[in-house]
Design a protein around this ligand. Structure first.
Ligand code: TRP
Length: 344
């Protein structure tokens, strides 16, 4: 008998276009794993409300942007299904059930929640923001995902989802929810062009997937490289080894070069750094060339007439039609296990 294909769920909040940091952190994993697994890609427009409640137009525009970005990095419509969160109300219903299975303290101490609250300047967290890992548990389990490939900032959320699913199953004595595994196979956190820890759109330190050669060159030239290169007391040339020994912005250039250029090109520039040669201009030009080469097919697919507003809309509609019964079945199983809603 054939074993059914295992299922992946992963996704992004729809708050703007995706950038190279998203590619390194998760898009490239989707591309890599798409044949091995059944792939569900979540367009988290409800979760986007937790930070962009005042700006629903941006969220709506971004649904289209994020959808087309996924298609442009090389995922074909036949190879995956979108889950537009707001079109699957059963996810919201599951969120309510899960909200009974997690303590406010656990949410308050979630490291990603803490970091993001600081980043958004929230002294006074909304209930919705604090609770987004709960809705994320519903995202992950409504479709019985086996694997959730995410970057390290999302791992704690997957742990919480596992915990809630387990508690539910245990409390009601049957395996209603599949307990997923998180994977970070190859997930990479890209630093920002300013050398800060994370590339992010709101930080203004990102390379966009659709940036053309001029923009790429301008952004890379602006990376501060005033400190002199100099001895690297490290074994080998791998980024994880050498980056901590470099000024952060210079390290960001090397991290990017390692991602987009052949190893030989990267290693050559590590050698120059070790020897303290003057080379930052050449490094930036070479990096810009490789980033532009990397972006070129993405830009081409983005402009492919097959990826037009109408076809994306139809794909979202078909996806919602496919996903809704899957989510309803899970909610019904949960209601049944809890024994609620049966009437008197
Ligand atoms: N929080 C994720 C992000 O910021 C998006 C997301 C929502 C997600 N639900 C998910 C990711 C479920 C993986 C699984 O990008």
């Amino acid at each position: 008998m054939d074993t059914p294909q295992k299922r992946i769920l992963t996704g992004d909040r729809t708050t703007g276009k995706l950038h190279l940091g998203h590619f390194a952190g998760s898009l490239r994993n989707r591309v890599k794993l798409r044949h091995e697994y059944e792939l569900f890609i979540l367009l988290a427009d409800v979760q986007a409300l937790t930070t962009h409640f005042q700006n629903p137009e941006l969220i709506n525009q971004s649904i289209y942007d994020v959808a087309i970005d996924n298609l442009s990095v090389g995922l074909e419509p036949g190879e995956f299904t979108f889950v537009q969160q707001s079109r699957v109300p059963a996810i919201a219903e599951l969120t309510v059930f899960y909200s009974m299975l997690v303590s406010v303290n656990a949410l308050r101490h979630n490291p990603t929640i803490k970091t993001e609250a600081k980043q958004y300047g929230y002294d006074d967290l909304s209930y919705g923001f604090l609770g987004y890992p709960v809705s994320q548990a519903a995202d992950i389990t409504f479709c019985n995902a086996d694997l959730v490939p995410v970057g390290d900032d999302q791992r704690q959320h997957v742990e919480m989802a596992k915990d809630m699913a387990q508690r539910f199953n245990h409390r009601f004595g049957r395996p209603v929810f599949r307990v997923p595994a998180s994977v970070d196979r190859g997930a990479l956190r890209l630093p920002g062009l300013d050398g800060s820890e994370k590339m992010g759109k709101s930080e203004g330190n990102a390379l966009d997937l659709l940036d053309g050669p001029d923009t790429v060159l301008r952004k890379i030239k602006a990376v501060p490289t005033t400190t002199a290169p100099g001895p690297l007391d490290a074994e080998g040339d791998l980024p994880d080894v050498i980056l901590p020994l470099m000024p952060p912005a210079v390290g960001a250039l090397y991290r990017l070069l390692h991602l987009v250029a052949p190893w030989g090109v990267y290693a050559d520039f590590v050698g120059k750094y070790r020897r303290g040669e003057k080379f930052y201009g050449a490094l930036k030009a070479e990096l810009a060339r490789h980033v532009s080469g990397f972006n070129a097919p993405i830009i081409e697919r983005y402009h492919d007439p097959a990826n037009n507003a109408e076809s994306v809309r139809a794909f979202l509609r078909d996806s919602a039609r496919k996903v809704t019964p899957v989510a309803r079945a899970t909610v019904e199983a949960a209601r049944e296990a809890m024994g609620i809603g049966r009437g008197l």
